[in-house]
Write a protein that binds this ligand. Sequence first.
Ligand SMILES: NC(=O)C1=CN([C@@H]2O[C@H](COP(=O)(O)OP(=O)(O)OC[C@H]3O[C@@H](n4cnc5c(N)ncnc54)[C@H](O)[C@@H]3O)[C@@H](O)[C@H]2O)C=CC1
Ligand SMILES: O=C(CO)COP(=O)(O)O
Ligand SMILES: [Zn+2]
Length: 354
Amino acid sequence: MIPTQGKKKWMQLPRDVVVGPDVIYDLKDVCNDLKLNEGAFIVTGHNTKRIAGDVVHDILNDCGYDPSIASSKEASMTEVNKIVELATEANSRYLIGVGSGKSIDVAKLAATKLDLPFISVPTAASHDGIVSSRASIHDKGKKASIEVNAPMAVVADTSIIAKAPYRLLAAGCGDIISNYTAVLDWEMAHRLRNEPFSEYAATLSRMTAQILMDSPEDIKPELESSVRIVVKALVSSGVAMSIAGSSRPASGSEHMFSHALDRVAPNSALHGEQCGVGTIMMMYLHGGDWKKIKECLEIIGAPTTASELGIEDRYILEALLVAHEIRPERYTILGTGLTPEAAEKVARLTKVIS
Ligand SMILES: NC(=O)C1=CN([C@@H]2O[C@H](COP(=O)(O)OP(=O)(O)OC[C@H]3O[C@@H](n4cnc5c(N)ncnc54)[C@H](O)[C@@H]3O)[C@@H](O)[C@H]2O)C=CC1
Ligand SMILES: O=C(CO)COP(=O)(O)O
Ligand SMILES: [Zn+2]
């Protein structure tokens, strides 16, 4: 883990980021570049094993690296501990997470616990966790965002990701657009609370969101070029977080709203979808151009209302009321909390609820 004492700056970034069609077949070269060969442990999901997990296994097996593979069903501490045990038994030397957010988070935290290198192989571009130095894991009934080692490499095969349900890519766009309100919150905390602020991380994060906002019509289903835009943006969001040494540049009040929804709503939507809707409302609270955010998400085909999220209006209001409690140390536009009247006003005015 990164030492945090003193004033020195220590940024942990991936060494190899490989993005493009069929780059999964470059995995052997990536492993060689990192001086990793035998002893791979692949963590995948039940669906994604079939989509890419088995391919990764076969590639490394053909190289004679004798890889092990396990499927994890959820991003929980129980699953992380199970992988730690299996990888220890297998004498593994590095871990590869193949799948969407949950499999990657399980593999990332297990690798950090084992102090082993980790390679991220996303099968969907649904959020910036594919490259970040954080893992969201359920433990004792609560989800925690845990600091972990950043992936040593990210291998994002755009041919595989382009075949994933479009909903996942649109969610990734919501996670990127949320950088706008995250940075506004951070600037506000810097002004009001003298919180340390990195102009460089904030600028990179904002610019990443700007690229999507400038041409949302470039994001279309089953288009490799769209996937490439989104993956690159997710990578630069992850880099912004690494520069900041926290998720501040990419996670503010809109993420607190999404985390709150995960707690209160019986069936929550995708992380990036919820963050996108949260961004509309938090931008309204900031007095910014929330209509432009909504329009951009609509063009991309991401949800902008409670019903499109598949969440009842009352859970939106409940999440708005408790969002400020999610991470009290992270000062945002939510301050010490909205009144029920203010929560209803923001949700209705932005047409998130009807
Ligand atoms: N570590 C971090 O920095 C972050 C972590 N997260 C965490 O990530 C998790 C959410 O991740 P998501 O990817 O949004 O959802 P997810 O991991 O639940 O995946 C959604 C679904 O997509 C399917 N899928 C993935 N790739 C596919 C493909 N190519 N074809 C068909 N189906 C495919 C999966 O099997 C799964 O059923 C949450 O636990 C969230 O808290 C979210 C943001 C950042
Ligand atoms: O999702 C993230 C950034 O997009 C990570 O943020 P959290 O620290 O809120 O989990
Ligand atoms: Zn996010």
